[in-house]
Structure formats: C-alpha cells, structure tokens
Design a protein around this ligand. Structure first.
Ligand SMILES: *[C@@H]1O[C@H](CO)[C@@H](O)[C@H](O)[C@H]1NC(C)=O
Ligand SMILES: *[C@@H]1O[C@H](CO)[C@@H](O)[C@H](O)[C@H]1NC(C)=O
Ligand SMILES: *[C@@H]1O[C@H](CO)[C@@H](O)[C@H](O)[C@H]1NC(C)=O
Ligand SMILES: *[C@@H]1O[C@H](CO)[C@@H](O)[C@H](O)[C@H]1NC(C)=O
Length: 308
C-alpha cells in the first residue's frame, strides 16, 4: 500500500512538472486606484526546456489573444512602465502593477516561450483585475450643521469590490486604532476626537488607504476638560524642586558625616589590632548598614517634609 502511494505521488509529481500550465487566482483581484497590486502567478513546462521570453498582455489592448504585441510586459524589452515582472524564468510569473488606474481593469494573460521549437504557451483564461476607489465617508447619526460635542456619527470605509478575505484597519493621526471593520462608530464625539482618520484596506495581494479629517467644534468657551488646580503650575514645581534639593543636601551631609566617623573608628581599631582585619571588616559592614538605615530614615523624613 505504502509503495503504491509513493509511486502514485512520484508519478503525479512528474506529470505536473511535465505539463504546460499557468496558474493565476481564479477570482477577480481588486486594487485601489493609485496603489500597487501584486498578481500571483506560477507556471510549468516540460523539464528539458529553458525559458527564453516572458510576456504579459492585457486583453483590453491585445486583440490577438497575446500571440503578438502589444504587451504590458516583455522580458526582451527594457521599457519601464507600471507593469513590473517580479517572477523568475523557472516557475514564478508574478506581475506587480503600480499606480493602478480604472483603465487597467480587465483580463491579463501570461505567455512564455522556451528554447525548444514550438515551445510556447499562453495561460488562458487569464486573471481579472478590477480597479476600484476607496471612499471614507462621514455619516451623521445625530445633529446637523457644524460638528459639535455630543454629536453621534460613523466613519465608513467603502470599497466597490467583493473580496472574500479583506480587512479594514483604522488609524488616527498615523497612530493605529484598536478597531477593525469598515465602520468607526462615535456615540458622542468630543473635541479630542478631532484629527485625521485613515482607513486602510488590505487583501493578500494589495492594500490601499484613504484619509478623512474630523473637526469637532468646541462651542462652550470654558473647556470643562481642563483640570481646575493648574492656576500656578510654575510656583508648584519650584516648591517641589526646593523640597527635593533640601532633602538631598541633608542626605548627602549625613552620609559624609557617617563616612568620616566610620573611617576614624576603623583607623583607631587598626592601630589597636593589626591582625584582626576580618573582624574590623565585619564591624565596618555593621556600620554601613547603620548608615543605610540612617539614610533611609532621612529619606522618609524628607518625603514627609515634601508632603508638608
Ligand atoms: C534547451 O535548453 C536546455 C537547458 O539548457 C537544454 O538541455 C536543451 O538541449 C535545449 N534544447 C534545445 C532544442 O536547444
Ligand atoms: C437641524 O436639526 C434641527 C432639529 O434636529 C432641525 O429643526 C433643523 O431643520 C435642521 N437643520 C437643517 C439645516 O437640516
Ligand atoms: C461602485 O460601483 C457602482 C456601479 O458600478 C457605481 O455607481 C458607484 O459609484 C461605485 N462606488 C464607488 C465608491 O466607486
Ligand atoms: C484592544 O482590543 C482588545 C480586544 O478587543 C483588548 O483585549 C485590548 O486590551 C485592547 N488594547 C488596547 C490598547 O486598548
């Protein structure tokens, strides 16, 4: 059984490798006008062939089912255009289209020619590209005229295209927002909601974005969102600086005093007993921890002072 399966697998591998074929997505590909789209494509041919020429044609302009020019891409010509080949001469025939226009909508086919006589193939039917617009619209749910605080609204992102696996991502002033889906809902706008909102539409092949500006007018003169106790922010910060500096000076002078004291006591002890170095070390450690607790207390004191 296992043998049979292996043989079948090997056979099918050989068969697909030997077959002339071009594979594209079978559904139409949507792309937003002005953005880029990558059209996935793969091809195969018998093993003893070498690919010599790769071509992409648009059925809009090519009435000759791609047997003759014009081509949107021709590997033997060096002209630069919106149509860029990002595949290779083995099996990848991906086409990258820049700056998509509505006029680019239509069917595209890949054709390739090998070094063997009559070794040429066009993948048909081709792949369909659909140029579309991305539109962001503001829908008022309450209020009219100038936008003001408390008004309710939706920002809606529309693409004229039914794509099975696409997603909408929103950002405000280039900062990503934690929402997805085509609608951004504001139950009651505030002045802080003003800004530039960008909707980005993404699929596996492309993405496009569109921005809308939201300006919420503040009708009341005194803004209730400004906190009350900010009358004298400068004076307040000066007091903080004074308190912190005073506390720091006290702490530093205590440390210096304690260190001097410690050095003296160690010195006298060393004069008394030269061979008890370890003992004096231990004592020094004890002194240090005493200083530390002193400092800590001092810090607590200065904190209380700062609070006062
Ligand atoms: C085509 O190219 C392949 C690979 O280089 C080579 O093996 C083959 O002989 C060539 N065929 C012809 C007809 O030139
Ligand atoms: C605005 O809304 C008010 C009440 O909702 C309505 O009376 C008024 O006619 C509206 N104005 C306009 C220009 O639609
Ligand atoms: C979508 O397509 C329809 C008909 O094709 C057209 O009337 C409409 O304006 C389009 N909308 C957008 C946003 O492109
Ligand atoms: C974003 O949304 C997810 C799920 O709704 C939530 O778990 C997460 O905390 C949110 N993050 C922020 C920064 O709001």
């Amino acid at each position: 059984m296992l043998y049979m399966a292996l043989i079948l697998l090997t056979l099918s591998g050989v068969l697909t490798q030997d077959r002339w074929s071009v594979k594209y997505p079978d559904k139409p590909i949507c792309a937003v006008r002005g953005f880029s789209v990558s059209i996935p494509c793969s091809y195969s041919y018998p093993q003893n062939h070498q690919v010599e020429q790769k071509l992409w044609c648009s059925m809009n302009s090519n009435t000759d089912v791609c047997l003759n020019p014009p081509y949107v891409y021709n590997s033997l010509s060096n002209t630069k255009s919106d149509f860029e080949f990002t595949g290779d001469d083995k099996s990848d025939c991906t086409l990258l289209i820049h700056n998509v226009q509505f006029s680019y909508s239509g069917e595209y086919r890949f054709r390739f020619i090998t070094n063997v006589t009559n070794g040429r193939f066009t993948g048909k039917p081709g792949v369909t590209l659909q140029g579309t617009d991305l539109k962001v619209s503001l829908i008022r749910l309450s209020g009219n005229g100038t936008l003001k605080q408390g008004d309710s609204l939706n920002l809606r992102c529309d693409v004229n295209c039914t794509h099975t696996s696409s997603q909408f991502v929103w950002s405000k002033n280039n900062q990503p927002l934690n929402t997805s889906g085509p609608v951004l809902h504001f139950p009651a706008v505030t002045v802080r909601d003003s800004g530039k909102y960008t909707c980005t539409w993404k699929t596996g092949e492309t993405s496009g974005s569109e921005t809308i500006s939201l300006h919420v007018k503040d009708l009341t003169d005194d803004d209730p969102e400004i906190p009350e106790n900010t009358e004298n922010p400068e004076l307040w910060s000066i007091w903080v600086i004074v308190c912190v500096t005073a506390g720091a000076i006290v702490v530093v002078s205590v440390i210096i005093g304690a260190v001097i004291h410690n050095r003296r006591s160690v010195h006298t002890e060393q004069q008394k007993k030269d061979d008890s170095a370890t003992e004096s070390n231990v004592q020094k450690n004890e002194d240090d921890s005493a200083i530390y607790s002193n400092v800590q207390q001092q810090e607590e004191d200065s904190a209380i002072y700062a609070n006062v």
